[in-house]
Design a protein around this ligand. Structure first.
Ligand code: GDP
Length: 306
């Protein structure tokens, strides 16, 4: 995903390596190249501005240290600032003191929520949890079936208002009300002693008031421990505006970057944590349920600067 950004930054540092001491002009030239590399990778403008400002200031005032040459010092500073914009420390899941821990997934249609629900369920199952998936996306007829397929693959049960379960093809129980489904799902998790509830919600192609209202209603009904905003890293500059709209409309506690296996520039997705102040917690890197990782800002920064 970040191949071009990575190449651009490493070649910038290569030019520095031949220098003994760095003059202010050297630092300014380097910062300019970093700025261009970030902008070309679609990193949001305000994030680029604060990032390059911080790098310049720290590079200018850096103590000449015996252990690192000037180029290494700049790389170290850029690395630390990258870790900072990616959210700083690795953020682990906030588990409820009284289970079940309720995790609500929000995001646009096609962002990768349903896939992520299965991935997260499989990951948590591997840690000894007993998750229950809840199909509260009743917008698309296929969404419930899709979650059931994902649940089956993950070996995790799914609570779903499937008409087939009720012996009727056209009447959904709970009046097809996603809030009622979510509530029933929570009650089921409690009675069957599932310690984590993962609730898939409906998305739309674009941000709209009805989508925000429905996600907010489910949030209010469940009082979740985590609301994870799933964002397709391939959508470019729209990532930041979409994230901001969800932050304002529903609110979320963490970000999941999906489709990091794509070859898009990806910088916009890297800006989401910085713009919303919420950490990136997981990354989705393919269609298979195992193509999923806990997001470590320090490892991602090292990967970009490798
Ligand atoms: P939802 O509408 O938000 O529930 O999104 P889905 O989970 O249905 O995903 C939409 C499409 O993206 C599906 O075809 C998924 O297989 C695909 N998808 C989801 N996550 C990833 C990912 O990390 N990488 C790739 N390449 N495809 C993904």
């Amino acid at each position: 995903m970040f191949a071009t950004l990575s190449d651009r930054l490493t070649s910038t540092f290569k030019n520095l390596r031949t220098k003994g001491r760095l003059s202010e002009a050297d630092i300014d030239a380097t910062v300019r190249e970093i700025r261009r590399a970030l902008l070309d990778a679609d990193v949001a403008v305000p994030v680029v501005r604060s990032f390059t400002g911080a790098v310049r200031e720290r590079a200018l005032s850096a103590e000449v240290s015996g252990a690192l040459n000037p180029a290494q010092q700049v790389v170290k500073i850029v690395n630390e600032e990258l870790v900072a914009i990616l959210g700083g420390q690795t953020r682990t899941l906030n588990l409820a003191k009284n289970p079940p821990t309720v995790i609500l997934l929000a995001g646009l249609q096609g962002a990768g929520k349903t896939t992520l629900a299965g991935k997260l369920a499989l990951h948590l199952k591997g840690q000894g949890h007993t998750p229950l998936l809840v199909a509260a996306d009743l917008q698309r007829p296929n969404a419930v079936t899709q979650l059931q397929v994902v649940g089956e693959r993950a070996g995790v049960p799914v609570f779903a208002p499937h008409p087939g379960n009720q012996g009727s093809d056209d009447v959904l129980p709970f009046g097809a009300d996603p809030v009622a489904v979510a509530r029933e799902g929570l009650a089921t998790a409690k009675s069957k002693l599932h310690d984590v509830l993962i609730v898939d919600t409906a998305g739309r192609l674009g941000v709209d008031a009805e989508l925000m209202q429905q996600a907010s209603d489910i949030r209010d009904a469940l009082d979740p421990d985590e609301i994870l905003f799933v964002i397709d890293a391939m959508i470019g500059q729209d990532a930041v505006t979409t994230a901001q709209a969800f932050a304002d409309g529903v609110g979320f506690t963490g970000v999941v970057l999906s489709k990091l296996d794509g070859d898009a520039r990806g910088g916009a997705a890297l800006s989401v944590a910085s713009v919303t102040g919420k950490p990136i917690m997981y990354a989705s890197t393919g269609e298979k349920l195992t193509e999923f990782e806990v997001f470590h800002p320090d490892r991602m920064a090292s990967r970009i600067l490798d």
